[in-house]
Ligand binder design. Structure first.
Ligand code: C2E
Ligand code: CA
Ligand code: CA
Length: 765
């Protein structure tokens, strides 16, 4: 009796166990599905953050350059395989989008957070998407960028591949609309309920169909909104699961029967010895069904029960392995098998949370710069191979305790335990050489171009997000001037944020034309008079206070706004020249144009025609340029300069003596004037070498037929030296600083003593 009930108990426990196991596996599958969504959204979040942090992108958003925004978004989405992209304005209006999202505008407005990223499930074009929204800041909020992936058949197939269970998603685009389904189930889909019934009814009928088909099911709600719903049904065939345990069940029944025969012979003798192993097996089965795989199933007694025991042991191992595999996949990058962003994030956070007294580590953010072009050329399968190779090289080269992870399409984050400042150079050299080694595939050999941004903890930050952002800034610094690695410098984050803020505020200044022009006089040493002024821009921002051109002009050149500024300056200068047109002696004004302006045909044509409309003498406008004009687009720039010259304007080469300027390069430019940079003039009276350079520049300039102006003249001694060297004109604080037009008019009427000194006979002898 004990034997029969014991065997039945084992069989029952096993059956029960299988059903429970299936139910549990459905629960695990639900978790994996959610992890899969989370994983994908974390990757998108990372990419969206990179995009939201990209200087050019922020500029384009801040300056409302719709075309640039669209093209950057499209390129980015393409590169990272995002299925949906959008840009939301800071007023929460959808500015740019790849999909129709009108049904979700209300929800979007409620959920968007200016301080953190949010995930939203949405349905568009009858397809569910998971979209990650990341705030774009300058540091004021200027909008959100959204990247999404579609929850489609291939994602469900992927889940099935992981769990071997079927998944069906049922969703309604709008309230009471037809039910849409995507599913890994094949046959059942044909016999699914009528699409137009109420969604809850639909789910009930679907579950009934599946149960009748011998499936065990689990449903879960993925999205429930007023007007949109997504429900998932996970299912698994009981028969199929039982089938794999059938040999074991047959074995058990056989063993039971044999044991029964023996029991008839010596029930009393055996009873004690049998109940113990059966009890043990029942207990083991229960333990396994509770998910405890810690103990082996091992019986020391009779052979038959050993067979039963080892079958259970095998079952335990299989289940254990499967769970292990699933856990591994949730923390690793599927392609390279390196830890993923989540995993490295928690490793680093744990390390920071330990708060050990001498915590010290470094992070290296590795980017493969030429991967996008290699992908364009050879396809994504090929670039996947390259990424695997990089991962392999990294894994083999790292020391114990260091961890390489893949956190973005082209980016790897490497954790270097104990790394300090002095260790960076060596590690960086080693890594760069390692990644640069040519990769031979069957068909071609390619060379990867790595760049690395390093940060140190605790020196550069104490939380993961700060460290990653600063590593990103260090990485960006590798591009200009080009170098393979760079280390974050304290303060760069703030500079970066300040630059973005300035660029952003500059938009308002341009829109409202809130610039002033200051004028600085130039004194003609040969004629002994003031005959020219330089227009220098000033801007006082309501938030940032007084701003100097040395800071914002360069940023405007980067963002492409410079020409709008130059155009405003031109307007103001023309207006000024017009207002002085009836003056007895009219002063010429020089304006500073950027290399970007000179390379633009339309701007130059426009400048000439606007000037001509005034009817003024073209001698009244001087164009100051620096030699960097040669760098933008040499051919167009030269032809534009020729046009300016032909229109009668003088061209003056500014900042001569800095950088790579040389007299031989000057010959190419149609210049009439040369301005020696203030760096050579400021201490001219004290520096013999500056005197030597300035003297020879004046002589050689004159040989080339150029008029020479010295800027930055701060004292009479330098003015005398320059006069003796034959310099044609001087400009500088000795004479006057740049000033607003009212002050200038006053200054001209009541010349200061310095001007009198310059005009005195003693100065000229
Ligand atoms: P720049 O064209 O070389 O202008 C001369 C700069 O030197 C001016 O600074 C002027 O105030 C300063 N300066 C003049 N004399 C002296 C002196 O004796 N000692 C010293 N220490 N400085 C002197 P500012 O106005 O801050 O302009 C800086 C630069 O910004 C300019 O250098 C020019 O490159 C750019 N910039 C100014 N206005 C404009 C503009 O309207 N358009 C463009 N594209 N650039 C401009
Ligand atoms: Ca200038
Ligand atoms: Ca200058």
């Amino acid at each position: 009796m004990t034997l029969v009930s014991g065997t039945a108990a084992v069989l029952y426990a096993t059956n029960n166990n299988i059903t429970r196991l299936l139910k549990e596996e459905l629960l695990v599958s639900e978790r994996i599905f959610l992890t899969l969504l989370n994983d994908n959204s974390a990757q998108l979040k990372n990419r969206a953050e990179i995009l939201a942090d990209d200087f050019a992108f922020k500029n384009a958003v801040a300056t409302n350059e719709r075309d640039t925004v669209i093209s950057v978004l499209a390129n980015h989405a393409n590169r990272i395989n995002a299925d949906m992209v959008l840009l939301v304005s800071k007023n929460k209006d959808i500015e740019v989008t790849s999909h129709n999202l009108s049904p979700m505008v209300k929800k979007l407005r409620e959920r968007l957070d200016p301080n953190k990223s949010v995930d939203l499930l949405v349905i568009s074009n009858s397809q569910p998407f998971l979209v990650v929204f990341v705030p774009v800041k300058t540091p004021d909020l200027i909008g959100w960028v959204g990247l999404g992936f579609s929850i489609n058949q291939s994602l469900l197939d992927h889940l099935k591949g992981l769990t071997n269970q079927d998944i069906t998603l049922i969703y309604q685009t709008t309230l009471n609309s037809e039910n849409n389904t995507i599913s890994t189930l094949k046959g059942n889909v044909q016999s699914k309920p009528n699409v137009s019934v109420d969604i809850n009814q639909y789910i009930k009928e679907m579950i009934k169909i599946l149960s009748n088909g011998g499936q065990i099911t689990r449903s879960f709600q993925l999205l429930k909104e007023e007007n949109q719903q997504i429900i998932g049904i996970l299912s698994s065939s009981i028969d199929e699961a039982m089938r794999s345990y059938n040999p074991m069940r047959i074995q058990m029944v056989l063993i039971g029967l044999i044991s029964l025969a023996f029991a008839a012979i010596g029930a009393f003798l055996i009873s004690k010895g049998v109940t113990r192993p059966i009890n043990y097996l029942v207990k083991s089965a229960k333990r396994i069904s509770n998910g405890d795989y810690s103990q082996p199933v091992h019986l020391s007694s009779s052979q038959e029960f050993n067979v039963l025991g080892s079958t259970l042991e095998l079952m335990q191992q299989t289940v254990h392995e499967r769970e292990g595999r699933i856990k591994h996949q949730s923390r690793h990058d599927m392609l390279t098998q390196l830890p993923n962003r989540y995993s490295i994030f928690s490793t680093i956070n744990n390390r920071i949370a330990e708060k050990t007294a001498n915590m010290q580590f470094g992070l290296g953010l590795l980017n493969i710069d030429n991967l996008p072009s290699l992908t364009d050329m050879y396809g994504s399968e090929f670039s996947d191979q390259l990424l695997k190779k990089v991962a392999e090289r990294l894994s083999h080269s790292l020391r114990r305790g260091d961890i390489a992870s893949r956190i973005g399409d082209m980016q790897f984050l490497i954790f270097f335990d104990g790394m300090s400042h002095s260790g960076i150079d060596k590690v960086a050299d080693k890594l760069v050489k390692l990644i640069q080694q040519p990769i031979n595939t069957n068909t071609i050999t390619v060379n990867l171009e790595p760049s690395l941004g390093f940060v140190l903890c605790p020196q550069h930050g104490g939380i993961f997000d700060d460290l990653l952002r600063r590593a990103q800034i260090a990485l960006q610094k590798c591009s200009a001037p080009k170098r393979f690695y760079s280390v974050y410098e304290i303060g760069q984050d703030e500079i970066h944020l300040r630059q973005i803020k300035v660029t952003h505020r500059l938009q308002y200044a341009i829109k409202n034309r809130s610039f002033q022009l200051y004028y600085q006089p130039k004194y003609d040493l040969k004629k002994g008079e003031i005959n020219q002024l330089e227009a220098l821009i000033r801007w006082t921002d309501t938030e940032l206070g007084p701003m100097y051109p040395d800071e914002f002009i360069m940023l405007a050149e980067h963002s492409g706004d410079i020409t709008k500024i130059s155009s405003i300056v031109l307007d103001m200068v023309l207006e000024q020249l017009m207002s002085w047109r009836n003056n007895e002696q009219q002063l010429a004004i020089s304006i500073n144009l950027s290399g970007v302006d000179i390379a633009k045909k339309e701007f130059i044509t426009d400048l000439i025609s606007r000037f001509n409309e005034t009817g003024l003498d073209s001698k009244l406008l001087v164009i100051e340029i620096t030699e960097t004009v040669m760098m933008v687009d040499l051919e167009t720039s030269l032809s534009n300069l020729e046009k300016l010259k032909a229109a009668g304007f003088s061209i003056s080469v500014d900042d001569f003596g800095t950088g790579f300027s040389s007299l031989s390069q000057l010959k190419v430019l149609p210049a009439a004037e040369l301005k020696i940079d203030k760096s050579l003039i400021l201490s001219l009276d004290e520096s013999q070498s500056d005197q030597l350079i300035v003297r020879s520049t004046i002589e050689m300039g004159h040989h080339l037929g150029l008029r020479i102006v010295a800027e930055g003249v701060e004292n009479i001694e330098s003015a005398i030296l320059l006069n003796n060297m034959g310099c044609d004109a001087i400009q500088g604080y000795y004479l006057a600083k740049a000033m607003p037009v009212i002050a200038l008019e006053d200054w001209l009427k009541n010349p200061p003593d310095q001007l009198k000194t310059l005009r005195s006979p003693t100065f000229n002898c």
